[in-house]
Design a protein around this ligand. Structure first.
Ligand SMILES: Cc1cc2nc3c(=O)[nH]c(=O)nc-3n(C[C@H](O)[C@H](O)[C@H](O)COP(=O)(O)O)c2cc1C
Length: 382
């Protein structure tokens, strides 16, 4: 184990170490949220406000396995889709996918990943899901879907909470743009993080091959990565989702909803599940915390489709709380990315091991033998 990892006992430790290693503008881009970051903080607080009510003398040996969308997973855990991973960790998408595969959990590759759909499938394998941003050019969106299908991705995750980019003021202050450009303001990175800056100069600025590879034959602009935000389709609606449902033969998840009626509409549109998410507080600031939205959504649709959740999962106990309130599984975003930035695949494995060990300990302390034994009786609202 790397020296740095041996000092990381919690996911917060992992974040602190990544912060010391990364250029400030990159760490801020990864860790930040929209505007006042109220929703980002609220996601954490919502977990903290739920107290566990343990049962004793049950002599349990917990089994953390969970079936997610029909496939057995060693934990009720999925690595969330994240774009721009290559800025903090070269080949980070492959590192994340490999660590997920060896831990026996699914990995979601982003449309805006810095590694192609095909390369992740070839090099990492495992239970791969693909996250789709719907683009203005319908044929480009459909081509992404076809590529994911051909490369063997079993689950399509359609993200619905980015009709427009969130207002992330850390990025504005840092002059951070995608793709990264060396500007007068961020030139200081050569002094503060010289090896990172040299790596960018020598190996080049990471690209978004899922989009740029299409530039030649699908009339996406050559500077596709630069215009990626503008390429998202703000008019995408329920009819568009039904169209995708017709084209995608595998499991389909809708990500980024917080209202029970939207979860019902997703089930009516043929989705196999929903991901209760506010994009880790990166989009609509002031949006409700995901753990607050979860119970109402489960009440409406958990008997029909699977409900997953993300945003602020930082402890094994958080995983238990979400499952107890009705989630099949949770997605973890930033902590896995920080693990990759510190030590590649080994760093992500370390993060997953911390979560696994904490979950097993919490289940043992609460007298819970398996995922089926987690229910609302575990939770007391403080
Ligand atoms: C750097 C970064 C990039 C992200 N990129 C995407 C993306 O491309 N597609 C997407 O659906 N969600 C994206 N997300 C949101 C995550 O999938 C997830 O909803 C969120 O990070 C979960 O919260 P957490 O980071 O607190 O665990 C991104 C999040 C971060 C931090």
């Amino acid at each position: 184990m790397s020296h740095l990892l041996s000092r990381a006992f919690s996911l917060d430790d992992v974040a602190r170490i990544a912060q010391r290693k990364l250029p400030r503008s990159i760490y801020d881009f990864y860790s930040g949220g929209a505007e006042n970051e109220i929703t980002m903080d609220a996601n954490r607080r919502a977990f903290e406000e739920l107290a566990l009510v343990p049962r004793i003398l049950r002599g349990v040996q917990p089994n953390t396995q969970q079936v997610i969308l029909g496939t057995a997973s060693s934990l009720p855990l999925v690595i969330a889709p994240m774009g721009a991973v290559g800025y903090g960790c070269r080949d980070g998408d492959v590192a994340l996918a490999k660590a997920a595969a060896s831990a026996g959990i699914p990995y979601v590759l982003s449309t805006t990943a810095t590694t192609s759909i095909e390369r992740v499938a070839e090099e990492a394998g495992g239970n791969l899901w693909f996250q789709l941003y719907t683009l203005r050019r319908r044929e480009v969106t459909m081509r992404l879907l076809e590529r994911a299908k051909a490369a063997g991705y079993g689950v399509l995750v359609v993200t619905a909470d980015v009709p427009v980019g969130g207002k992330r003021e850390r990025d504005l202050r840092n002059d951070f743009s995608m793709p990264f450009r060396f500007t007068a303001r961020n030139m200081a990175v050569f002094a503060s993080r010289p090896s990172w800056a040299l790596g960018m100069l020598i190996r080049g600025i990471p690209t978004m091959p899922n989009l740029t590879e299409m530039a030649g034959h699908d009339s996406l602009p050559v500077d596709a990565a630069a215009s990626v935000g503008r390429e998202f389709d703000p008019t995408f609606d329920w009819e568009g989702l039904k169209e995708i449902r017709k084209r995608w033969p595998g499991k389909l998840l809708l990500k980024g909803l917080l209202h029970p009626d939207d979860a019902v509409a997703a089930a009516d549109a043929g989705c196999d599940g929903v991901i209760v998410s506010n994009h880790g507080g990166r989009q609509l600031d002031g949006a409700v915390a995901t753990m607050r939205a979860l119970p109402g959504i489960c009440d409406m649709v958990a008997h029909r489709i699977e409900v997953l959740l993300d945003g602020g999962v930082r402890r094994g106990g958080d995983v238990a709380k979400a499952v107890a309130l009705g989630a099949t599984a949770v997605l973890v975003g930033r902590p896995a990315l920080y693990g990759a930035c510190i030590a590649g695949e080994a760093g992500v494995e370390h993060v997953l091991k911390i979560l696994n060990d904490e979950l097993v300990r919490v289940m043992t302390l609460c007298g819970l033998s398996d995922m089926a034994s987690l229910n609302r009786e575990l939770i007391s609202r403080t």
